[in-house]
Design a protein around this ligand. Sequence first.
Ligand code: SF4
Ligand code: MG
Length: 333
Amino acid sequence: HGPLLEVSELRVLIGPDESPVRPVDGVGFSIAGGETFALLGESGCGKSMTALALLRLLPDGGRIASGEVRFAGRDLLRLTEARMRQVRGGQIAMIFQEPSTSLNPVMTVMSQIGEVLVRHRGLEGAAARAEARRLLESVGIPDAGRRLDDYPFQFSGGMKQRVMIAIALAGEPELLVADEPTTALDVTIQAQVLDLLARLQAERGMGMLLITHDLGVVARMAQRVGVMYAGELVETGNRTDFFRRPLHPYSRKLFAALPTDVQRQRPLAALGGNVPALDRDFVGCRFADRCPEAFDVCRREAPVWEQRDGQAVRCHLYSAGRSAAAIAAATAT
Ligand code: SF4
Ligand code: MG
């Protein structure tokens, strides 16, 4: 059987047709059942917009210009909104950085889990209450039975995140989309929540799309990684190869921006320069202005994908015509 999720040539436009911003510009990747795929990059690279697009939750003025999002054999971009609502929260669930954006402050935890249970699993009454309690227990909330009738403000930050995870799991999703799920938490709580997510994922065999700017989170959670820059993927590969040998100069900068001794626990330091504005046409490589390796052709031609064993990279350093020695010299650390 094929992958659980297969995104191809996804393009998102925001703003007027004459001068749109293109936050996602031809992105493609796939996720197998039970696998975690991390989208890595600085903020403003299009990671969150990619996730919102495949869930069809783009902000006002945003639209999908082209592409396919195949999930369990269907193109989500062609479903009616009613069918899409069944997919969201049911087959695909989402968690975000800020629990406050998805938790309703004036509803108890029970009512919020209950909404998902009735809509996606037809559970009500005592059966729903028992299942909600089981879900709170599974995400490690102490005294789960008594906390069902509490409101979100009665939970600490880390516990709120656990409540959000319980709500997300209530529909028994096959795919979890997690956008910076632990970024707002302190390091200790962050590690606990990540471990919880990894355990729940393994138990349930869920696929996960994990959006992060944090190499430590990728190292801990992902089997495969895709690096995004300026609306495009620029490198993909499995985690082991990526950490052993990041190929794209942008990927290498992400590693270099981290103090090595805390490499696994810190968000990205400043890289120098900015992600370019995405409201213009690009000629050549989008990273050229910040790339220490840039050479003549980089400003004239957009690089295409090149394969290096299991890794794929979009960079002229790896173009077919270049010699192994030239590549080695340019990418020596
Ligand atoms: Fe740098 Fe050129 Fe590669 Fe772009 S194509 S990342 S500018 S070396
Ligand atoms: Mg984001």
